[in-house]
Ligand binder design. Structure first.
Ligand code: ARG
Length: 259
């Protein structure tokens, strides 16, 4: 009697395990690692992503956290070189790239972009009292321009039409390194997104932002081209989080509107 019972129980166990395996195989995870949302960023870009002690905070970090929560995933943020984010998303190393990343036609050939959640402007930082007083002077003179490698600031500036051309561009792996080079006179100007520009100028004495903005752009998350399931889930979450006021509140927290 005891033996039969034991057999029934173990047969049941085997069936359960087979069932679990089958459902595992059936339901493929929407993300690279099950139950996780791995975000690649470059965390020297306040107020979108930056270190608060050892924690990465900012607009992108908080929006990603809210999206992960909605999708029932645990957010993991990896701080990498900005110009390695897209390749890592393409090779499924990361689920998303979120780094104040501008949507461009060229990048769209490599990755999908979510709906945009913020706008940016390329600004020009110069030392106070610089003879560079507007974008035309910068483009027309023989000045050295610091940029963060692989960013739109780099792409636009490196172009001879519309920029200053490769020879006059000095590339840095972090935005704040470009700003440091400006402070120490190694470059004459830095082209970088407006909000980081404002925090860098606030943190470094003797620098100012030109009134004339260079280019306007839109920020979005990038996702692997084959992962339309994640793209749709993220767009749905973005829509809900915008409508319920979560995203506007996060942006207002980091970029308070005056008035
Ligand atoms: N918006 C620019 C771009 O997409 C710069 C982004 C840099 N982001 C960063 N987290 N460092 O190229």
């Amino acid at each position: 009697m005891k033996n039969i019972l034991r057999r029934i129980v173990s047969a049941g166990l085997v069936l359960c395990m087979a069932g679990a395996l089958a459902s595992c195989a059936k339901k493929k995870s929407m993300t690279v690692q099950k139950d996780k949302l791995i975000m690649a960023t470059n965390a020297y870009f306040p107020p979108y992503e930056y270190y608060d002690n050892s924690k990465i905070v900012g607009i992108d970090a908080e929006i990603a956290e809210a999206i992960a929560k909605k999708l029932g995933l645990e957010l993991e943020i990896q701080d990498v070189e900005f110009d390695s984010i897209i390749a890592g998303v393409q090779s499924n190393k990361y689920d998303i790239g979120m780094a104040g990343m501008t949507v461009t036609d060229e990048r769209k050939l490599a990755v999908n972009f979510s709906t945009t959640y913020a706008t940016g402007i390329q600004a020009v930082i110069v030392p106070e009292g610089s003879e560079i007083t507007d974008v035309d002077t910068l483009l027309g003179g023989d000045y050295k321009v610091g940029v963060q490698q692989g960013t739109t600031g780099d792409i636009y500036m490196s172009d001879v039409s519309g920029g200053v051309g490769e020879d006059r561009v000095v590339r840095f792996s972090k935005g704040n390194d470009a700003v440091l080079a400006l402070s120490t006179g190694k470059v004459d100007a830095v082209v970088i997104d407006n909000e980081p520009a404002k925090s860098f100028v606030a943190a470094n004495e003797g620098l100012t932002i030109l009134e004339t903005a260079y280019v306007e752009e839109e920020y979005a998350m990038c996702i692997n081209k084959n992962n339309t399931e994640l793209l749709e889930a993220i767009n749905k979450a973005l829509k809900e989080l915008t409508e319920d006021g979560t995203i506007p509140a996060i942006i207002e927290k980091y970029i308070p509107s005056k008035g």
